[in-house]
Design a protein around this ligand. Structure first.
Ligand code: 5GP
Ligand code: ZN
Length: 141
């Protein structure tokens, strides 16, 4: 399915040209237009899924396998020192384009980019941690 009102559908189909670093039958990988670092790229499925909740499980796995391949390659060619994979779901989590995408963010030792993923840390009591742990485990297996 494609959504004509979705910018990433129009980009992934090739209707809107953009800097593409990789393409196959399922994905197009593009450079982010407002990069957090040199080489910041986005893996876009060619089919429209709003987010991780909607995407087909197998395709989500394929996206991660592609991320592994690209991270290895990009680290070689860009000579970066580390790498973040980021994937936002829903506005509360920072998602701004509602077509599933996986951020590939090369990190460089000498670049001042500490604020890329700089979240604050919450504190929970040991009891709360046990309760959270139990709630997440329930029904998982
Ligand atoms: P989100 O915040 O939804 O996880 O990430 C959306 C990303 O898409 C942002 O990093 C933003 O810079 C990028 N982006 C938004 N519109 C365009 C576009 O038209 N072209 C490209 N190449 N990137 C875009
Ligand atoms: Zn779309």
């Amino acid at each position: 399915m494609k959504d004509q009102n979705c910018i990433f559908c129009r980009i992934s189909s090739g209707e809107i040209p953009t800097n593409t670093i990789y393409e196959d039958e399922k994905f197009r990988v593009i450079l982010d237009a407002a990069p957090a670092s040199k080489g910041h790229a986005l893996i876009l499925p060619k089919e429209h899924y709003a987010d991780l909740y909607e995407i087909d499980t197998q395709l989500a796995g394929d996206a991660m396998m592609l991320a592994k391949k690209l991270a290895m390659h990009m680290t070689n060619v860009l000579q970066c020192d580390g790498f973040n994979l980021v994937q936002n779901n829903k506005e509360v989590a920072g998602q701004t384009v509602f077509h599933f995408h996986l951020h590939l963010i090369p990190r460089y030792q000498n670049m001042k980019n500490d604020d890329i993923l700089n979240w604050s840390h919450e504190m929970f009591t040991e009891e709360e941690m046990k309760e959270i742990c139990g709630r997440i485990k329930e029904g998982l297996y």
